[in-house]
Design a protein around this ligand. Structure first.
Ligand code: AHR
Length: 517
């Protein structure tokens, strides 16, 4: 039995102990360190890492980008929605991949040029079996890219097309002088060529693009590129996630002079047979999605290492031309249209993935989020004449300061985000410098714990730090047509500076962008 006078003291001690344990479980510590000097850094974060992807799938093109050039109820320029143009310009979208995806290997571009009433319709066999009337074709796409200020990236049809068809397409878009295809372009109302630089030689050649073996596709790639002409950036259909043999075979069998980029596709999907709801997901679902997103670090590292063996000077780019979260479609929507809501979970995928790409900018020089509007991890959702911007949009907008900036390599020591016996780094980060401004993007994926972050800036001199944060009450939070601004970036000023060290607390599931100048 304790003496009565000791009891209050013990109670205080006990409370203090409980408080300490609570603090430990609610916060964890992470450290980010700048290099000793910034002088040797010369890797540029190619702006094309912030690229997008628009397929003829569901309401990405029709209803998303394009509402028809006779539409009087939704403001548009030649059929392209004005609200979408304004939102994507703000995002500084650098490059747009089109027309697929799986659709690309069924697409015959001549069906989509010339007078609209003469264009044949086809069935979109991959996506919902709906009628594709070809009212949005090459001229529409390339003129739209001009409106957006984005470079076009055309995926050619290898699976069901011909070498001649692709060679003709290049001539139609790029040929300066007189030729059968530039005459056709002229007849269709466009005199000067668009000079399309980025060309994909088929899509997912290992799957919907023709179920080819890597050896066979490498030869096909060589054949198609031979007839396309020079001065183009030719991108080979790349590996499915961890199919390292695909990259090895392509690098071994295609001479570096014939290939400028090789693709890689990876989706953050829980289970292809049970993808789970985009909004009604559990903490476990969330953790697994984060595992899939972090997987990109391993994929990029290992595919790059294979490329390094054959191309040590890193001339060939790794082009991650499809990435993002993939869930069950929203109830009541066409399962072939891949329409899903977009929550703070998607903001976490975007933040982590873009940091990975930035940190591997020596090799990753283009990436295309799948997809821009109304499909998979979209940045915009449309309903009639309304649009909403998703949490992913806001991350892309916050991060666009990294475009074409010089990468600052960071040392990161992250606290753990744990679930059962599994753990992941809670914090991801990347930094860059441009026009004497430094930007640091930070993500805490932990759904329940804050991270106390110590940021050691080395010898960087700065006079001001500004911050923006994207955070919401729950990881399931999203923007809806009823509440379109529930999730949006806010100013973040809870930053403490002592000498060359910044201290801040990252709330659970948050993305922070700091600017130093
Ligand atoms: O983005 C949706 C589809 O996913 C694409 O059409 C295909 O390339 C991939 O399998």
């Amino acid at each position: 039995m304790l003496p009565a006078s000791l009891k209050p003291a013990i109670r205080v001690l006990l409370l203090f102990f409980i408080f300490q344990v609570a603090c430990l479980t609610m916060h964890a510590q992470s450290f980010v360190e700048f290099p000793a000097s910034l002088e040797n850094d010369s890797i540029i974060i190619n702006k094309n890492i912030y690229g997008h992807f628009a397929e003829h799938l569901g309401h990405c093109i029709y209803g998303g980008f394009y509402v028809g050039d006779t539409n009087k109820s939704i403001p548009n320029i030649d059929g392209v929605r004005e609200d979408v143009i304004a939102a994507l310009r703000k995002l500084k979208i650098p490059v747009l991949r089109w027309p697929g995806g799986c659709f690309a290997d069924t697409y015959h571009w001549k069906d989509g040029v010339g007078p609209k009433d003469k264009r044949p319709a086809i069935v979109n066999k991959w996506w919902g079996g709906v009628l594709e009337d070809n009212s949005f074709g090459t001229d529409n796409f390339l003129n739209m890219c001009e409106l957006l200020g984005a470079e076009p990236y055309i995926s050619g049809n290898v699976g069901s097309g011909t070498v001649q068809e692709l060679a003709d397409w290049v001539q139609y878009t790029n040929f300066e002088g007189r030729s059968p295809m530039s005459d056709l372009r002229n007849a269709n109302g466009r005199n000067k060529p668009w000079h399309v630089k980025y060309w994909g030689i088929g899509n997912e050649a290992w799957g919907c693009g023709g179920n080819m073996r890597a050896e066979y596709y490498a030869d096909i790639f060589r054949k198609y590129t031979t007839f396309m002409g020079s001065g183009l950036f030719r991108i080979g259909s790349g590996a499915n996630s961890e199919d390292y043999n695909w990259t090895e075979t392509m690098m071994k069998n295609v001479p570096a002079s014939m290939i400028q980029g090789i693709g890689l596709h990876h989706y953050s999907v829980i289970d292809w047979n049970k993808k789970s709801s985009a909004t009604g997901f559990t903490p476990q679902d969330y953790f697994i999605t984060m595992q899939r997103a972090w997987k990109m670090e391993e994929l990029v590292t290992r595919h790059s290492a294979i490329m390094d063996k054959y191309d040590p000077l890193k001339k060939v780019a790794l082009v991650v031309d499809e990435w993002g979260g993939w869930y069950d479609v929203e109830t009541g929507t066409n399962p072939g249209f891949l329409f899903q809501q977009n929550t703070m979970r998607d903001a976490m995928i975007a933040g982590v993935t873009l940091n990975i790409f930035n940190n591997h900018a020596d090799r990753v020089r283009m990436a295309n989020l799948a997809q821009t509007i109304n499909v998979l991890q979209a940045v915009i959702l449309t309903k009639g004449n309304e649009i909403i911007l998703t949490p992913t949009y806001h991350v892309m907008e916050m991060y666009n300061v990294h475009q074409d900036a010089t990468l600052i390599p960071l040392k990161i020591k992250s606290g753990d985000y744990t679930m059962g016996n599994e753990k992941l780094p809670a914090v991801s980060a990347s930094a860059s410098m441009k026009d004497k401004r430094i930007h640091i993007s930070l993500v805490n994926i932990d759904a329940t714990k804050s991270q106390e972050l110590q940021l050691d800036l080395g010898k960087v001199s700065f006079s001001q730090v500004k911050g923006r944060i994207l955070v919401s009450g729950k990881i399931q939070d999203c923007n809806t047509f009823e509440n379109p601004t529930k999730v949006q970036p806010m100013a973040f000023s809870d930053i403490k500076i002592s000498g060359q060290t910044i201290h801040l607390t990252m709330p659970p599931a948050s993305v922070i962008m700091l600017e130093l100048n």
